[in-house]
Design a protein around this ligand. Structure first.
Ligand code: SF4
Ligand code: SF4
Length: 383
C-alpha cells in the first residue's frame, strides 16, 4: 500500500507518517538507533531534526549511516546550542555555526528542507526576511545545500504571511482538533491555566482554516507537529471535547486537513513506533474523529465541511471531501477556479457525476448540503 504524498511544489515525495526526533534527545545511542531502525523498517522515510543538542544529532547521523539517500530530512536554521541548552537565535553567524554542526553530525552535505526555525510573531517574520540570516538561507538554497526552504511556526497569521510571500515551500505547523479551536495569539498552556474548562472556544478558527486552504492553493505542503496536542487530546480530563481521542483519530484528523503531506510524530521507543503504525491496521471506525468532535462542536460546525468523508460511500465514487476542499478554496478564499481546475479534474469522479441521490446528506454529521455544493462545484469547475 502506497502511503506517500507529495510535499507540495517541492517535487519531493514522502511517506505520510514521519519521525519527529525531538523526544530522542537525552536518550542512549542504542535506543536512538533502535527507534530510527524500526521506523525505517516500518516505512518512514522522512525525519525532522530540529534539536540543537550535539549528541542526539550525532546519534541520528550514526543511525542513518548508509541510508542517508533513502530518507528526506528537515533541518532547522536558528535552533542553536548555547550554554548547554537549546535556544532560538536569529544572528547569522550563530545560525551558520549551528547549521554547519548539523551537517557535520548528520554526516551529510545537504538538507532536503531547511526550516527557518520557530517564528511566531508576524513582526519577527517581517524583520527576518530582511535580515542577513534570510540571505544566508537563500545562499544555502542557491548552493544546493538546501533543496527547499520551510518555516516552522505555531501562529496562523505569521504562517499565512510566509505562505503568501512565496518564500517557503513547506510549513511545519501544529495541527490538531484542540489547537484548531484556539485564537491565533493563544498558546495552549496559558489558555489552559486561565480556563481549564476550555470555555470560550467555539468552532474551528477561521484563521486556521484559511491557512490550510492557502497552503493548498499555493502548493505549500504542511508537515504537522503536535498532532496529539502535547497529549491533551488523549485524556478525557484535558480534552476540550469532554472525550479522549486515540492516536489513530488524531493522525486521521491531521492527515485529512488540506495541504497536509506528513505528520512528524514523536516516537521515543520501538513500542511507540509500532503503536503509531497501528494506524494502518485500524478500521475506519477506529480512525473516525467525528464522534469526538461532536461532543463539543454540535451546532457550531453545522453546514461546514470537515473533510471527514463520513458521508461515503458515494454510488458515483466521488471523493466528497476533496470536492468540498476545492470548492472552499474557490468560494471562501477567492482562489480562481482556473488555478484549481487541473487538480480538480484529475479527481477520479467530479461533481458532474453526482446522481443527486442524497445518501451523503443523510450520513453527514454536520448537515452539509452536499448536492447544492456539488452543483456549485460543477458550475465553478465546468464539470
Ligand atoms: S460533507 Fe459532511 S460527511 Fe462529507 S466530508 Fe464534509 S463534513 Fe464530512
Ligand atoms: S448525492 Fe451525489 S455526492 Fe452524494 S452520495 Fe449521491 S451521488 Fe454521491
Amino acid at each position: 500500500m502506497d502511503n506517500s504524498r507529495m510535499l507540495g511544489r517541492t517535487g519531493i515525495r514522502v511517506n505520510e507518517l514521519a519521525l519527529g526526533c525531538e523526544h530522542l534527545q537525552g536518550k542512549e545511542e542504542s535506543l536512538v538507533r533502535d527507534v530510527v531502525a524500526r521506523a525505517l523498517e516500518k516505512g518512514v522515510d522522512f525525519l525532522d531534526v530540529f534539536m540543537s543538542e550535539p549528541n542526539v544529532r550525532t546519534y541520528i547521523g550514526h543511525a542513518l549511516s548508509g541510508c542517508r539517500k533513502q530518507v528526506k530530512l528537515q533541518g532547522h536554521i536558528g535552533s542553536v546550542w548555547a550554554d548547554g541548552q537549546y535556544a532560538v537565535q536569529r544572528e547569522a553567524d550563530v545560525c551558520r555555526r549551528n547549521f554547519d554542526d548539523l551537517l557535520t553530525r548528520l554526516n551529510t552535505d545537504y538538507i532536503d528542507i531547511g526550516f527557518i526555525h520557530n517564528l511566531d510573531d508576524p513582526k519577527d517574520w517581517e524583520a527576518f526576511i530582511a535580515s542577513p540570516t534570510m540571505a544566508y538561507v537563500a545562499e544555502l538554497k542557491k548552493q544546493g545545500v538546501l533543496h527547499s526552504v520551510g518555516l516552522s511556526s505555531h501562529n496562523p497569521v505569521t504562517a499565512l504571511a510566509a505562505v503568501n510571500s512565496g518564500l517557503i515551500d513547506v510549513l511545519m505547523f501544529s495541527v490538531n482538533p484542540l489547537y484548531d479551536l484556539l485564537p491565533p495569539e493563544q498558546e495552549i498552556w496559558s489558555y489552559y491555566v486561565d480556563k481549564p474548562d476550555f470555555s470560550g472556544l467555539a468552532g474551528i478558527r477561521p484563521e486556521r482554516q484559511s491557512l490550510y486552504r492557502a497552503c493548498e492553493a499555493n502548493g505549500v505542503a504542511i508537515t504537522v507537529m503536535k498532532a496529539l496536542a502535547a497529549g491533551f487530546l488523549l485524556t478525557t480530563e484535558r480534552s476540550p471535547y469532554g472525550a479522549a481521542m486515540t492516536v489513530p483519530q488524531c493522525l486521521h484528523y491531521a492527515l485529512s486537513r488540506p495541504a497536509v503531506a506528513a505528520v512528524m510524530l514523536g516516537m521515543q521507543t520501538v513500542r511507540e513506533v509500532d503503536e503509531a503504525f497501528a494506524y494502518y491496521t485500524a478500521s475506519e471506525e477506529e480512525k473516525d474523529f467525528v464522534p469526538v468532535l461532536m461532543h463539543r462542536e454540535q451546532g457550531t460546525l453545522d453546514g461546514r465541511c470537515m473533510y471527514c468523508n463520513h458521508c461515503l460511500p458515494c454510488p458515483a465514487h466521488i471523493d466528497i471531501a476533496e470536492v468540498n476542499k476545492y470548492l472552499d478554496l474557490c468560494e471562501l478564499d477567492g482562489v480562481p477556479a482556473a488555478t484549481l481546475q487541473e487538480h480538480y479534474l484529475s479527481l477520479p469522479a467530479t461533481a458532474a457525476d453526482c446522481l443527486n441521490c442524497r445518501a451523503c446528506e443523510k450520513r453527514c454529521p454536520f448537515g452539509v448540503k452536499v448536492t447544492t455544493r456539488m452543483a456549485r462545484a460543477k458550475a465553478a469547475f465546468g464539470r
